[in-house]
Every structure is written in structure tokens, then in C-alpha cells.
Design a protein around this ligand. Structure first.
Ligand code: F6R
Length: 365
């Protein structure tokens, strides 16, 4: 049942190219995104939306963090994001002009479901991104985009997350088409990039040995840092959660520019710092943040796009992801971090698929 893999998590990491392909399948027609079968928005009703709220928990929340940037860039509608357990109690400002996007692999997370009900009570349109057809969330939402990742068995979410990102990209482009925003002019190019993701994800998986090797340098540490800017920061948070969740190594993800506001004090000789530098608009800024931690003796693994060899000068080791439009880089950037968490867990001898104290679906509040 593990298809030759030692653990479900590893199998699911390797299923990502297929999960991405399946989530894209049938949703791109004649050079445009077509979600008309699943999303009831029309050009008319889309134009009535004046804000978007992402609500989710854990890894799904981290997908929403990427979603905030994606939807703002593509639709130019302001986007807020909350963890569901906060959203439902903070008396958020919701009305019939609000689109609430709930993201949930299982579709059964109690706080997410409660947030959905709260949003509906206030007249919002609720769109669910879920991996389980017929789940509570999918039944109660107005619109549902199913992620076709297939069953996810490992407690640590991997292929569900990348499929959620794909659903978010499709939603963003579809709304851009309905709203006729300026990105529509370049939709063909965006779709080419989006459709290149399965193959490029394969390429990243092809570098698994390199990650396994690097993991040896972190497994004996009790603390480490992930740094990134923009969407790389969102991915850093996901990488940090994954590592904590299964390897029990404590880590913190930081927006790289925030380091000097306190946390730099914790950077000492030998501490591993995983630095994401896939976002071209902030690449130079990221390089200088890396130099700051290097100057304090950190052991830095850099993650950059192929060709951005400049990073080599400032890091100890570097891994490259294939060149891709910045908007889609999170899909490729998260894969090495998933593998890092996986190998760290295996090296430390813990139960990969069933980490302590956690359940796959959190149906209590
Ligand atoms: C982490 C993880 C959890 C879930 C969270 C939400 O690897 O799997 O953080 O993402 O419990 O679950 P769903 O998406 O089912 O609502």
C-alpha cells in the first residue's frame, strides 16, 4: 500500500507531480481557466466582491498565506487571512460583498467549519478548497474547488498543500478573467508556467539525495531558523511547521527583514539557517540578510532559482529549483523542505507517519 516507499509521507511527497497534474486537469480550456462547473461566480457577482478572507488551520493556513499574495496580485481585491480558531471569535467584518475562502484538506476541521458557518451567517459567499468530496466543508460551502491529491494518509500534509496552491492559482486566474484585470493580457504565459509545475516538481524530487545529505548537518541541532521574504516567508513557515511536526527539532520561520528587530541575538556559531531566495523582486535584500547571519557564524543552506548563482558567494550550501515565475515558486520551494523534515525524522528515529500528540483530522475545537 506504500507503493515501495518506506513511509506514506515519502510516497505522498513523490505523488506531488501527479496531484498537481490532476488538480489542473480539465480546468484549462482554450487558453483560459475554466472553473464554471464548480464556482458559481459570474462577471457580475465577481465585481461585487470587495474583499476576500482566507480562513484555515495549520498547513492549509500556510497555503492561504501564499493565496493572499496570489489573489491580491491577480485580482487587486484586498485579502485578509486568519487561522480559523481566531477568525471565528474576533467578530470579523463580513458582509455579502465578502468572499470567504476556507481551505481544508479533510473538510472536517472543527474550527474551519465553525468559521465557515460564521461567514455564511453574515451573508458572505463561501468558497471551499478541499481534498474530500462530500466532506462537511464541501457540503456547506457555496462553491467548492476540489484538490485532486488523492487520499493523504501521513499526518504531515504534503501533496494536499501543493494541490491547495494549485487550486488557489486557478481561482486567482479565473477571478482575474471575470474581473478583466490587467493580468488577463499575460494569462497565456501564466498558464504555460503553471502547467510546467508537474515536470519541474519532478526535477526538484530528483535532487532528494542532496537534501538527505544536508539533513545530516542539522539533525543534531535543537534549534534552527528558516528565513524568507514575500511568498518565501509563507513557505518558510510551512517548512518550519513540517520540521517541528515530525522531527521535533525546534525551528522558527522569520520574515528575513524582521531578524534585526530582535531575533538576530539568537544567531550564533554553527546554527543552521535555511534561507529561501526564490523571489526575484527581493533577491538582493535576501542576500544581504543572509550575509548578516553568515557574519554571526550561521551555517546557511540557500534555496534559489537556477541561474541565481550569486547566492553561492554568501551561503555554505545551495539548492536550486528550476526557473519559474515568482508567483509559482512556492510549489517548488516547499518540496526540499518537506524532504528535509522527512529525512530529519528518519535520522532521528521517530514515527514519520504518526507524529506524537497529533491526529490527521482535528474535529475538536
Ligand atoms: C500539518 C497538518 C495540519 C493540517 C491542519 C488542517 O502537516 O497537516 O496542520 O493542515 O490540521 O487540516 P485540514 O486541512 O484537514 O483542515
Amino acid at each position: 500500500e506504500k507503493g515501495g516507499f518506506d513511509h506514506f509521507m515519502l510516497k505522498e511527497i513523490y505523488e506531488q507531480p501527479k496531484a498537481i497534474r490532476d488538480t489542473l486537469a480539465g480546468r484549462i480550456k482554450d487558453g483560459l481557466v475554466d472553473l464554471s462547473q464548480e464556482v458559481g461566480l459570474t462577471a457580475e457577482s465577481a465585481k461585487q466582491i470587495n474583499k476576500i478572507h482566507f480562513v484555515a488551520c495549520g498547513t492549509a493556513y500556510h497555503a492561504g498565506l501564499v493565496g493572499k499574495t496570489v489573489l491580491e496580485q491577480l485580482t487587486r481585491i484586498p485579502v485578509e487571512i486568519d487561522v480559523a480558531s481566531e477568525y471565528r471569535y474576533r467578530n470579523p467584518i463580513i458582509d455579502e460583498h465578502t468572499l470567504v475562502v476556507v481551505v481544508s484538506q479533510s473538510g472536517e476541521t472543527a474550527d474551519t467549519l465553525a468559521a465557515l458557518r460564521e461567514a455564511k451567517k453574515h451573508g458572505a459567499r463561501v468558497l471551499a478548497i478541499t481534498n474530500v468530496v462530500g466532506s462537511s466543508v464541501s457540503r456547506e460551502a457555496d462553491d467548492v474547488i476540489v484538490t485532486w491529491a488523492g487520499p493523504e494518509i501521513a499526518v504531515a500534509s504534503t501533496k494536499a498543500y501543493t494541490s491547495q496552491l494549485i487550486a488557489i492559482y486557478l481561482l486567482g486566474m479565473y477571478m482575474a478573467q471575470l474581473l478583466e484585470t490587467s493580468v488577463v493580457a499575460s494569462i497565456g504565459n501564466l498558464l504555460d508556467e503553471l502547467q510546467s509545475l508537474p515536470e519541474k516538481t519532478e526535477e526538484v524530487l530528483g535532487q532528494a539525495d542532496k537534501i538527505a545529505e544536508f539533513t545530516k548537518s542539522i539533525v543534531h541541532h535543537e534549534h534552527l531558523f528558516f528565513l524568507g521574504r514575500g511568498m518565501d516567508y509563507a513557505v518558510a513557515l510551512e517548512g518550519s511547521l513540517k520540521l517541528k511536526e515530525i522531527s521535533y527539532i525546534h525551528s522558527e520561520a522569520y520574515a528575513a527583514g524582521e531578524l534585526k528587530h530582535g531575533t538576530l541575538a539568537l544567531i550564533e556559531e554553527g546554527i543552521p539557517v535555511i534561507s529561501l531566495a526564490t523571489q526575484h523582486a527581493v533577491f538582493e535584500k535576501m542576500v544581504s540578510n543572509i550575509q548578516e547571519v553568515k557574519a554571526r557564524g550561521a551555517h546557511v543552506l540557500g534555496l534559489a532559482s537556477e541561474g541565481d548563482t550569486e547566492l553561492l558567494k554568501s551561503v555554505d550550501e545551495v539548492m536550486y529549483i528550476p526557473t519559474i515565475h515568482d508567483l509559482f515558486a512556492p510549489v517548488l520551494a516547499v518540496v526540499p523542505l518537506q524532504l528535509l523534515a522527512y529525512y530529519a525524522c528518519v535520522e532521528r528515529g521517530y514515527d514519520v507517519d504518526k507524529p506524537r500528540n497529533l491526529a490527521k483530522s482535528v474535529t475538536v475545537e
